[in-house]
Design a protein around this ligand. Structure first.
Ligand code: ADE
Ligand code: ZN
Ligand code: ZN
Length: 236
């Protein structure tokens, strides 16, 4: 996601944190909100010192195949990245500095896990090489999903976070079910659907947005609820 998408995920997560997690997070983040730190993972990309974290934002494998069929990438991927962040946060021997870094990264990666194009195809780098038009601008499918649709609304992240579906307790419980791999496969299914419904060079505009905006918003909402779930479990 772009800046707004990541902030929405962080903002929604705040509503689902346990008291314990809230307290631990507040100590680590010095009172800053999850939305405030949600873009750290992208901000550090310009610093070559952090190049090794670049593959942690996504995972690519062919449609119709299972992630588990492929040997784990030595460079890491979003699944391994999230697992690493959780293990550093749970480890009593981790330094505070390490915990702060991996908490900020976890907030970011739980967002990316819910961007369907981040569970993508190697050939076109998760849609980065899939050229399309957004209204009259030339862009690519990945960017349309990262932020073009979101930015079209010209709403703040707090407005977007407030404009989520009103969910019953049962619905929230359903969303919390499963784990990182299940949630990754949900994004993968959406990615396959998006590829079936989008052609290279296609001019995408309001019709595309109205077709997919509810799906996109629900991905951000699930990302927030599940980020909180992971944090509650990690700090329990
Ligand atoms: N670079 C290569 N593949 C990518 C993906 N699926 N998402 C984001 N960046 C990528
Ligand atoms: Zn992206
Ligand atoms: Zn990212």
């Amino acid at each position: 996601w772009g800046k707004t998408g990541h902030r929405v995920v962080g903002e929604i997560a705040e509503n689902y944190l346990s008291k314990k997690a809230e307290k631990e997070i507040s100590k680590l983040l010095n009172g800053h909100s999850l939305a405030f730190v949600a873009n750290y993972g992208d901000d550090i990309k310009s610093d070559r010192q952090y190049d090794s974290y670049r593959p942690w934002h996504y995972v690519n494998f062919p449609f119709g195949e299972k992630y588990e069929m492929h040997s784990k990438s030595e460079k890491g991927d979003i699944i391994q990245g999230i697992e690493k962040c959780i293990s550093v946060l749970k480890d009593a021997n981790s330094t505070k500095e390490d915990k702060i870094f991996h908490l900020k990264m976890l907030v970011h990666f739980m967002g990316d896990l819910h961007q369907p194009l981040h569970i993508g195809l190697e050939d076109d780098k998760g849609g980065n090489d899939f050229q399309v038009r957004w209204f009259s601008d030339g862009t690519n499918l990945h960017t349309v999903w990262d932020y073009k649709m979101i930015d079209f609304y010209e709403m703040s992240y707090t407005e977007l976070a407030a404009n989520t579906d009103v969910l019953t307790k049962e619905q929230v419980e359903m969303i919390k079910k499963g784990g990182v791999l299940d949630w990754m496969y949900e994004s993968r299914a959406l990615c396959e659907d998006i590829y079936k419904n989008t052609e290279i060079g296609e001019k995408l505009g309001y019709a595309y947005m109205y077709k997919y905006m509810d799906t996109l918003r629900f991905q951000l909402q699930k990302g927030g609820i599940r980020l909180a779930e992971v944090l509650n479990e990690t700090f329990s």
